[in-house]
Design a protein around this ligand. Structure first.
Ligand code: GLN
Length: 479
């Protein structure tokens, strides 16, 4: 096994036992990036020089006995998350030259442990998309089949982990952007509960939905990263101060006896969607059967407002987007276009610096928030959101977790949906509801189609039930 193929658990052990150094591990990842990035396009910026310096420092920390869980382990970060002195574009030309003066809180926590930042992952611009074809730096290709999309919006992060260019990645999920590409690339992705991890330093998309989480090779690795990054941050008022469970220990506690007590809900509406692929259905049903054979109680449940989730999401998100993106005007932030008047500076900078999908969201959102339309659109969508949340609350009185496919279909072809925004929005049908409700959801690889394309299964749980959701996902990954 090459060093870059290791999981966090394996790499940390190797470093601790001095089987190899962080410099060697980092070199192996950089060599893989060098070899593969031209085909996959998973990185916008590779920070090779600073990564090597960080690796040397990490080796010194380990030599002095100061090593912690993530010390010396090379990771990558979605480009919509700020990293101090490493270019952070959000995959938008308007931020082509942006060097943040600070780290996002989650990144700061990892770097304080001596994590090695390899570079910044390509994504749909500011997270707007489901296929990673909305990046102004070109699309990301699926490492399992270069003619297919990697999924989005964190396609670069999922592809980089799947292709062993990094050991793990940190990404952002507003409405599926961690889980969807994780499922398309055959890796693990956790969207934590809203408020579990700080979003300070994450380029905001829809502030009432944005979350930050890991993309990893195993669920055990997800647990390890969550232990480091989760928790209250005074710079993000939405973060909660509940104690952070020792996730890596919690997930090993789900033994046979506990599985027999586990009530697993299968939401009817999640299998009854247009275009549900038969192989995806079969692989998900197989995963459900495994729990049944272990003694878990499987119960069909209903979340009747699921069908309105995408409609509500695509009002709420553009509305919040249109407000958040106003700061990118070429004056406060961003590349400035030359023009005679202030208005023209704004107009030209934004026209040049944003891709079509971002402009579409700004237009829809501005419309939905404008006088006379606010009540008809934004307010109504907010009410629907409450109904969706109540569906989940009621169902979680009856069952402990929910299981469904992450995507109704396996990775689709490059260009297949790119020209049809509505078709792209509808791909979020199974990942959108959990986001709207603010609950945790995990995508775990569950099998492959006959053509060799990965299929992910999604586990959803009540708010702040990350430990349970990961425990169930961890069980699934034994098969
Ligand atoms: N497909 C969703 C969207 O385009 C995903 C967004 C996200 O999670 N960043 O809005």
């Amino acid at each position: 096994m090459e060093l870059n193929e290791l999981t966090i658990t394996q790499a940390a052990e190797g470093l601790r036992k001095k089987k190899f150094s962080s410099v060697e591990l980092t070199k192996a990842c950089l060599a893989r990036i060098n070899e593969r990035n031209k085909d996959i396009n998973a990185f916008i910026t590779v920070a090779d020089e600073s990564a090597m310096e960080e690796a040397k420092k990490a080796d010194e920390m380990i030599a002095k006995g100061e090593g912690r869980m993530l010390t010396g382990i090379p990771f990558a970060v979605k480009d919509a998350i700020c990293t101090a002195d490493v270019r952070s574009t959000g995959a938008a030309k308007i931020l082509d030259n942006y060097l943040p003066p600070y780290d996002a809180t989650v990144i700061k926590k990892i770097r304080e442990q001596g994590g090695v930042l390899l570079g910044k992952n390509n994504c749909d611009t500011f997270g707007h998309g489901a296929s990673n074809e909305n990046s102004m730096y070109g699309p990301v290709k699926n490492p399992h089949d270069l003619t297919k999309v990697a999924g989005g919006s964190s396609g670069g992060s999922a592809a980089a982990v799947a292709d062993n260019m990094c050991i793990y990645a940190i990404a952002e999920d507003t409405g599926g952007s961690i889980r969807y590409p994780a499922s398309f690339c055959g890796v693990v992705g956790l969207r934590p509960s809203y408020g579990r991890n700080s979003r300070y330093g994450v380029m905001p998309m829809a502030s009432s939905l944005d979350t930050v989480g890991p993309i990893t090779k195993t669920v055990a690795d997800t647990a390890l990263v969550m232990e480091v990054v989760a928790g209250r941050d005074e710079r993000d008022a939405t973060t909660v101060s509940d104690n952070i469970p020792k996730y890596s220990e919690e997930i090993t506690k789900l033994g046979n006896k506990e599985i027999q007590k586990l009530r697993i809900g299968v939401p009817r509406e999640y299998f009854d969607v247009a275009g549900m692929n038969s192989e995806v259905r079969a692989i998900t049903e197989e995963a459900i059967k495994r729990f049944k054979s272990l003694g878990g109680k499987i119960e069909e449940v209903s979340l009747p407002h699921t069908k309105y989730a995408i409609a509500a999401y695509y009002i709420i998100v553009p509305s919040e987007d249109s407000s958040n993106l106003a700061r990118l005007d070429g004056i406060r932030y961003g590349v400035r276009a030359e023009a005679g008047s202030l208005y023209d500076v704004y107009a030209r900078s934004r026209a040049w610096g944003f891709p079509e999908e971002v402009k579409r969201r700004i237009l829809i959102g501005t419309y939905a928030l404008s006088a006379g339309y606010y009540d008809a659109y934004y307010k109504k969508a907010a009410r629907v959101r409450t109904l969706i949340k109540q569906d989940f609350d009621q169902v979680f009185d009856k069952v402990d977790v929910l299981i469904s496919p992450t995507s109704p279909f396996p990775p689709f072809g490059m260009g297949e949906k790119a020209a049809d925004p509505l078709a792209m929005y509808l791909t979020d049908v199974l990942v959108g509801p959990a986001a709207v409700a603010g609950i945790p959801a995990l995508s775990v690889p569950a099998g492959k189609t006959a053509a060799g394309l990965p299929v992910g299964v999604q586990i959803m749980g009540p708010r702040l039930s990350e430990a349970l959701v990961m425990s169930v996902g961890h069980q699934l990954s034994f098969y």
